[in-house]
Design a binder for this molecule. Structure first.
Ligand SMILES: *Cc1c(COP(=O)(O)O)cnc(C)c1O
Length: 458
């Protein structure tokens, strides 16, 4: 008999979590104005709000933490981190930052000016924010397949090369760089193939442009290349990573994802001119060049995290857990963005709560119902997150309306996955009785989802 699959680690330290009663949750929801961001973490049983900064560090990372060098300038921990990044990516120049958006802030301050156009595949919201706040345009060139949640294609995060070529032909002199997000978070943690990265490089070279990878989940992307793309099955994750980055000029990184640290980020590049330009913004915004927003000990832990999470077994454990949750949803017939992505399941609320009008926010309603059912906290990636049109001030109902269940790295067991799936099934089984959603009582002018106050209807 073939041995079953199991985690590539064992547990050395545990953190108790507490179940609650439905009555308690009902009260807490009311107190939180039906916005799960406003719940305190103690009120949550299983937290699927995000995979960002929520991962469990290994014993080697905790040991590295104790060895951190807190020197203001020339910290040994910086050089350890830089050497790991250079070994993984081939990029010689590294600037640490306090998280991913800080890397964007520093690098984009040096590269973007008003009226520029930055083409890419579904820019992440902070990336888009840092482009638009500089009065430039984040031009989305993602493949159309990404919009159909039921379509099963292996690299749904890809850049549409025709759209990219058109963008470059029309705006050539206004494009400071092309930015490719690996994996494509916004499209559902969907990977980008090596072939697509090669095609982006070819088009970029044709127009004399540089390419940045927004690399928060580059290791998960490498895993999908290994397991799905022809010719990569026998390559190691580190070999694939090196090949991916050989096709880029630089990267921004949120280390809170595939670095498996609770806080941190960096910029890395092969170009001295980019490094020199970014340096000028690192010092005032983040800090001196050999710590730029990070403690020495955190850089030390990140160096180990990057090394560990570019090993196949660690990634295999992670991705298989997400796929296990997906397989349970398949069993119950619950629709989600297919195939399962790297870091989360995106449940298609508009296909479940079909009786809730879009004006009453079906995905937010499903998020509330799931919390009410079992204390599982997901996150709406839908019409509330989409905000209002800046000009007409109308709600934007054009995109997808999803409930995201993000899975923290090395934190929950498969039994927790079962609880999440059954809780969702219980809501799914009574979906036809759910006919009313929520209305907005108060909202902030921008990024309203964090603080929005809601009221249940009906
Ligand atoms: C999280 C994330 C960022 C921003 O990083 P923070 O560490 O949250 O500031 C940028 N891009 C992508 C793709 C991300 O997932």
């Amino acid at each position: 008999m073939e041995l079953p699959f199991a985690e590539s680690w064992k547990i050395k330290m545990v953190e108790p979590i507490r179940k609650s009663t439905r009555e308690e949750r009902e009260q807490w929801l009311k107190d939180a104005n039906y916005n799960v961001f406003q719940l305190s973490a103690d009120q949550v049983y299983i937290d699927c709000l995000t995979d960002s900064g929520t991962g469990a560090m290994s014993d080697r990372q905790w040991a590295a933490l104790m060895m951190g060098d807190e020197s203001y300038a020339g910290s040994r921990s910086f050089f350890e981190l830089r050497d790991v990044i250079t070994r993984l990516t081939g990029f010689e120049y590294v600037i640490p930052t306090h998280q991913g958006r800080a890397a964007e802030n520093v690098l984009f301050s040096a590269l973007i000016k008003a009226c520029d156009v930055c083409p890419g595949n579904s820019h992440f919201d902070t990336t888009k924010g840092h482009i638009e706040s500089r009065k430039a345009v984040a031009l989305d060139c993602t493949v159309d397949e990404a919009k159909d949640t039921q379509l099963e294609v292996p690299f749904k995060g890809n850049v549409d090369i025709n759209k990219l070529e058109k963008a470059l032909a029309e705006n050539a002199d206004k494009v400071p760089f092309i930015i490719v997000t690996i994996t494509n978070n916004t499209a559902g943690g969907q990977p980008v193939s090596m072939q697509n990265l090669r095609d982006v490089r070819r088009v970029a070279d044709k127009y004399g442009k540089r390419v940045i990878f927004d690399s928060a989940r580059f290791a998960e992307n490498a895993y999908f290349i290994k397991t799905r793309e022809e010719g990569y099955a026998d390559k190691s994750i580190k070999e694939i990573t090196r090949e991916m980055f050989s096709l880029a000029d630089g990267m921004t990184m949120s280390a809170k994802k595939d670095g498996i640290v609770n806080m941190g980020g960096f910029i890395a590049t092969r170009h001295q001119d980019w490094y020199e330009a970014a340096k000028n913004f690192c010092i005032p915004f983040e800090g001196y060049l050999t710590y730029g927003g990070m403690n020495g000990r955190d850089m030390a832990a990140l160096a180990v995290g990057l090394d560990e999470n570019t090993e196949f077994d660690n990634l295999d454990t992670r991705i298989k857990q997400v796929q296990y949750l997906a397989s349970l949803l398949d069993e119950y017939g619950i629709p989600y963005q297919r195939p399962a992505g790297g870091h989360a399941i995106f449940v298609d609320a508009s296909k479940i709560l079909t009786n809730v009008p879009k004006e009453e926010f079906p995905a937010q309603t499903l998020t509330i119902e799931l919390y009410r059912e079992a204390g599982v906290r997901g996150c709406e990636i839908g019409y509330i997150l989409a905000d209002r049109d800046p000009i007409t001030r109308e709600n934007r109902f054009g995109g997808l309306d999803l409930l995201r269940l993000a899975i923290a790295r090395r934190v929950y067991t498969d039994n927790h996955m079962k609880v999440i799936a059954v809780a969702l099934k219980n809501v799914f089984d009574r979906r036809h009785e759910i006919t009313r959603g929520v209305e907005i009582v108060w909202e902030a002018p921008l990024m309203r989802h964090f603080t929005v106050k809601l009221r249940p209807l009906g």
